[in-house]
Write a protein that binds this ligand. Sequence first.
Ligand code: 3AM
Length: 177
Amino acid sequence: MNEPRQRLFFALWPPAELARQMWHVARDSFDLRGARLLQIEQLHLTLAYLGSCDGEQRRCAEAVAGSVVAEPFTLSLSCLGLWPRPRVGWIAPQGTPPALQILVGRLQQGLGECGFSIDARPWQAHLTLVRKLRRPPRRETLAEPLDWPINEFALVESRTLPGGAEYRILQRWPLKG
Ligand code: 3AM
């Protein structure tokens, strides 16, 4: 069987209303001259990047996802920042909730057993809002954090189209204690 390869990652996908709020925060907080604000429907928090996968790798990753035990939690997004080298503007929680760290750790461990090589850089909770950003945000802290109740995670396919990246959620798994 000749299955096409897919570029995959695990992510938390915000509900549409929260994504819209984040997008407005980005538009109001970053100097977007020369930069590219992501589209509302592109916004997500990457848990683990898998890269190009064949069918067997995808099935192994899905089995890992199905075996993850991690509690639902609320993510309070209150910090804005710029990473100057990738020139990415982001929104992030002040600290990573233990349940989120556990979720990522379980995914990384299982994916390692599937043979995926996980990014050696330490994982940092963030949602990319802006690319090609040159200047730090006008404000680094939100007076009113955006609270995101999280009770599931998703496997997502990324496709590069002429107009930019297009993401498609392939499957979702509920968080359970
Ligand atoms: O969630 P952010 O925007 O930080 O940059 C890509 C995006 O990160 C990242 O995976 C996320 C979903 O597309 N990504 C793309 N290629 C990557 C790679 N080779 C990568 N992360 C690690 N290694």
